[in-house]
Design a protein around this ligand. Structure first.
Ligand SMILES: Cc1cc2nc3c(=O)[nH]c(=O)nc-3n(C[C@H](O)[C@H](O)[C@H](O)COP(=O)(O)OP(=O)(O)OC[C@H]3O[C@@H](n4cnc5c(N)ncnc54)[C@H](O)[C@@H]3O)c2cc1C
Length: 392
């Protein structure tokens, strides 16, 4: 067996790519294992593709998450201008809307303050004369429309760019390499993985479990047995409809249950999402069920009546991803979106699992992962600062 790598990362979703980049930038030797033949085949190609502050997290008073997200968004707009761009987001408010203009104005004001009052965090209430320019949005019963800015990306392309950057800094990724077992030792551990029909082994000083919805499954492969944190997988579906939104994106309420649903311009088409339903099963098999496709189409057609009607609107694509959320009794949409970093032992951890999280905050999360592991790793000279690295 070769000498131990400093950091072994499982998974090439945005967190695996981000941790590999942060570790390589920190001067550590890095190896990444991915079970599939290319990156971002899990959640990181099935998100709503927003780089966002999370306006609705303000209702749960998650101020630090919103502040962190807006800070990371500003960094991505600067470092990855070809991959991340601002999009006007509209919040139309009707007589039946759950939230009124005063609440939305207060929320957007707080959002702007948390974002440092920069230009991209300003908002406005649109004059009535502008409503007809909103992609055929239903104006009957419309009381007000607010416009602010979110950012959009291609999640898979962003993940590939971060992994490429990690590679440039020296991280090595092995595809078609599925982690099958791990033995922890006092100094780190030995990982066994299936590759090219053979089981191969690799020693490491620290192992980062960035397996997204497979993370609990990865923990079950570790000896000595690890306690598996109580998490649940929550499916979110999207549909892609023909026709591009030209004025920007929309944040509407489902007429059925008043949940927030996005309609976003996406690759010359319209992306509508998302749903929330508990999922039990193989994460690799997740698909959008017909009932969720119908729910999203119904929401879209409720607000954009003049654009598309009938069941034969011609859905171009549908896909679903899995959120990893802490188990609790509450409503799914109200559960914490903070990223969980779980270690095998308090002092000098050998194993760290990334649970949940957001595409938007992958960089700050990855920096925290490496900080948490630094005491278990040899002293190395940093090569770069991930806040400064351009991504393309
Ligand atoms: C419906 C939905 C919408 C979302 N929308 C947004 C959004 O708009 N903005 C935002 O900021 N965030 C959003 N998120 C959150 C964000 O998408 C996720 O937090 C993020 O993509 C998770 O990335 P990850 O790297 O942790 O997991 P994944 O992307 O799932 O990557 C895990 C990787 O691990 C690999 N793997 C698993 N097991 C093994 C093994 N044994 N051996 C080797 N490899 C293995 C998998 O193949 C996979 O490549 C959304 C999430 C969902 C579900």
């Amino acid at each position: 067996m070769n000498s131990a790598v400093d950091v072994l990362v499982i998974g090439t979703g945005i967190h695996g790519a981000g941790v590999a980049q942060a570790a390589a930038a920190g001067g550590y030797s890095v190896r990444v294992l991915e079970q599939y033949s290319d990156p971002a085949r899990g959640t990181s190609s099935r998100s709503s593709k927003l780089i966002h502050g999370g306006l609705r997290y303000l209702e749960g008073a998650h101020f630090s998450l919103v502040r962190e997200s807006l800070r990371e968004r500003a960094l991505l707009l600067r470092n990855a201008p070809e991959l991340v761009h601002l999009t006007p987001m509209h919040i139309p408010l009707y007589g039946h809307s759950q939230r009124g203009p005063l609440l939305i104005r207060a929320g957007l004001s707080l959002y702007a303050v948390l974002g440092g009052m920069s230009r991209e965090n300003r908002f406005q209430q649109l004059p009535r004369d502008d409503w007809e320019r909103l992609d055929g949005l239903e104006t009957r019963g419309l009381r007000a429309v607010f416009r602010y800015f979110e950012a959009q990306t291609d999640d898979a392309a962003l993940t590939r760019a971060v992994l490429y950057s990690a590679g440039e800094l020296g991280a090595e990724t092995l595809f078609n390499a599925e982690l099958t077992a791990v033995e922890l030792t006092p100094e780190g551990g030995i990982a066994h993985y299936q590759s090219g029909g053979r089981v191969q082994s690799l020693s490491f000083r620290a192992l980062v479990n960035a397996a997204g919805p497979w993370a609990s499954g990865v923990l079950e492969k570790i000896n000595p047995a690890q306690s598996v944190p109580a998490v649940e997988l929550v499916r979110g579906s999207h549909i892609v409809l023909p026709g591009a939104l030209t004025a920007g994106a929309y944040y509407v309420e489902s007429p059925r249950d008043r949940r927030a649903v996005f309609a976003l311009p996406w690759d010359g088409h319209t992306l509508v999402g998302t749903t929330e339903a508990l999922y039990q099963g193989d994460p690799g098999d997740v698909k959008a069920p017909q009932a969720e496709i119908d729910y999203l189409l119904e929401t879209w057609q409720h607000y954009f009546k003049s654009v598309s009607q009938g069941p034969d609107v011609g859905i171009l694509d549908d896909f679903a991803g899995l959120r990893v959320l802490p188990s609790s009794r509450g409503v799914l949409s109200a559960r914490s979106r903070e990223t969980g970093l779980v270690v095998d032992r308090r002092s000098q951890p050998r194993l760290l699992s990334v649970l949940g999280g957001k595409l938007t905050t992958y960089r700050s999360t990855s920096a925290r992962v490496i900080q948490r592991l630094a005491g278990s790793l040899p002293d190395r000279s940093p090569r770069a600062d991930t806040r400064e690295i351009p991504l393309r």
